[in-house]
Design a protein. Structure first.
Length: 466
RNA sequence: GCGCCGGUAGCUCAAUUGGCAGAGCAUUUGACUCUUAAUCAACAGGUUCCGGGUUCAAGUCCCGGCCGGCGCACCA
């Protein structure tokens, strides 16, 4: 029977730090209790050396037949077993800081091993299905998830510091809206009703601003019933944030300070590398109108006012199938995506999105066919999306109706109308700017991993069958 | 969803033109009083992902399925 508690009072990392001064062969006289897993074991007759790892690091256990209680049993612990150790902090003759084991107890057995002690666990399927083993076998897995956690903490602290209140909004929704994505459908038995898992919290959060909370944010899971890839998990975590009295420029300034600040909090620097290539989070980020970037890429002036025919030809030339329902705005956005995304490495704000692809964004003050919207791109991928919010309920209704027309024309990427949201706007949304940031994508940048699954503890996998 | 690649001992990986399925580590047993992926010796360990087919003979070739990696599509 293993014990129910262990009187643990020291950690590997702090001991390594505190006893740096111990000379080879010196004994400190200090008695400590440590606990962790035995990762390596080297027995040598009447001596045994074990490498024990706890949540902070590693320290060697040094057992001697003359000193250690139940020495023979200690020399037979299995790799992966949890042990609790009492003993003196010493440094061995060969210079390894160690706990000279006086008393010890087996806290839990490991009935499976933790992979090859040199190569760890390489099989992705095993790593993701049994992350608990992966975390011990592969230190880089532990580091990636630790950085994600540190990132979320930094995001919250910076939002709180800027006066934002954290809120929570429904995941079960009668309609899936606030973004264009295919939803998951579920059923509530007692209400005998169908619900969609949310694809975005956006409309709920704006209703809270209508309700008088001037600065709100939510960090929450959203669910999109779409393909899985190294950059897409069916459920992912998004930061959405709304600030009354701000416009799109205020929000861009906040976004770059938030992201650069979080990198600084987690990594201690904004200058890093991503997948082997230098990458800088440092603000300010360039602001580049979408039409300007697209014009540079195609070598001629294009904008949302370019003829539909010309834009369609340019898009089509680049291998994109043009749909009949697409107007100049959608075509410009498609052209931008086809020609510019690949070149956007360091964070860049792409601004002035067409109203046609921005059903929730307020119109640009100097061009009725554009909106006060930006997306930031980093390492060739979209990182954030923000805009001055559309506050006019009449315009909002017509935008939703346009979406419905597109849907009727066969476009399956449209936004569903939300009557309750329009009614909320009728109560009055003050001028407001909003922001969405993919937390998994940001975590990938901060942890320097190329696959989104590395920053999700338990990524979505196909259940094993057969 | 489509294409390409992969799945061999608990883990990491070999296996020639189709010809007896192997190694290291882990496990088990033994030796060893300063090891560091300790070392040395020995034992044991297999539905070669699953199901069919071709063949005297299949880990290897063919068909179907399962799971994964990458790319495309979709998207953030």
């Amino acid at each position: 029977m293993t014990p129910y508690t262990f009187d643990h009072n020291a950690y590997a990392a702090s001991l390594q730090e505190a006893y740096q001064h111990l000379e080879n062969g010196e004994e400190s006289g200090a008695q400590v209790n440590v606990a962790g897993r035995v990762m390596l074991l080297r027995t040598q007759g009447k001596l045994a050396f074990a490498t024990m790892r706890d949540s902070t690091g590693e320290i060697q256990l040094f057992a001697l037949a003359q000193v250690t209680k139940d020495f023979d049993a200690f020399a037979k612990v299995h790799l992966g077993d949890w042990v609790g150790i009492s003993g003196e902090v010493v440094r061995t003759k060969r210079g390894e800081l160690s706990i000279k084991v006086a008393n010890w107890v087996l806290l839990a057995e490991a009935q499976h091993n933790f992979g090859d002690k040199w190569a760890g666990i390489a099989d992705h399927d095993l790593r993701y299905r049994h992350r608990e083993a992966d975390l011990w076998a592969n230190p880089e897995s532990r580091l990636a998830l630790s950085r994600r956690s540190a990132m979320l903490r930094a995001v919250r602290e910076r939002c709180w510091a800027a006066g934002f209140m954290e809120v929570e909004t429904p995941i079960l929704n009668p309609i899936a809206t606030g973004a264009t994505a295919r939803p998951f459908l579920t059923h509530h038995n007692a209400l005998d009703s169908e619900f969609f898992l949310r694809i975005a919290p956006e409309l709920w959060l704006k209703r809270l601003v209508v309700g008088g909370y001037e600065r709100v944010f939510e960090i929450g899971r959203v669910f999109r019933n779409e393909g899985v890839s190294p950059r897409h998990n069916p459920e992912f975590t998004i930061l959405e944030l709304y600030a009354a009295y701000w416009n799109v420029r205020d929000m861009m300034a906040f976004t770059e300070e938030l992201v650069a600040g979080v990198a600084l909090d987690v990594l201690g620097t904004t200058e890093t590398t991503y997948q082997g290539r230098a990458f800088s989070f440092a603000a300010p980020w360039p602001r580049r109108p979408m039409a300007e970037l697209a014009s540079e890429a195609v070598g001629e002036d294009v904008s949302v006012h370019t003829s539909r025919e010309r834009l369609a030809a340019l898009v089509s030339e680049r291998g994109v199938q043009v749909h009949e329902s697409w107007g100049p705005g959608r075509l410009l956005a498609e052209l931008f995506e086809a020609t510019c995304e690949e070149s956007l490495w360091n964070p860049t704000f792409v601004t002035d999105y067409p109203v046609e692809v921005s059903p929730l964004a307020r119109r640009h003050q100097s061009d009725n066919d554009l909106t006060e919207r930006f997306e930031s791109y980093a390492a060739t991928r979209e990182l954030s999306n923000g805009f001055s919010e559309l506050i006019d309920p009449v315009d909002q209704r017509s935008r939703f109706e346009e979406q419905a027309r597109l849907a009727a024309a066969g476009d399956d990427e449209t936004m569903a109308i939300d009557e309750d949201f329009i009614k909320a706007l009728e109560w009055g949304l003050p001028p407001t700017a909003g922001l969405g940031v993919g937390m998994d994508r940001l975590a990938m940048l901060i942890a320097d991993v190329g696959n989104i699954r590395e920053v999700i503890a338990f990524p979505t996998l196909k259940p094993l069958r057969d």
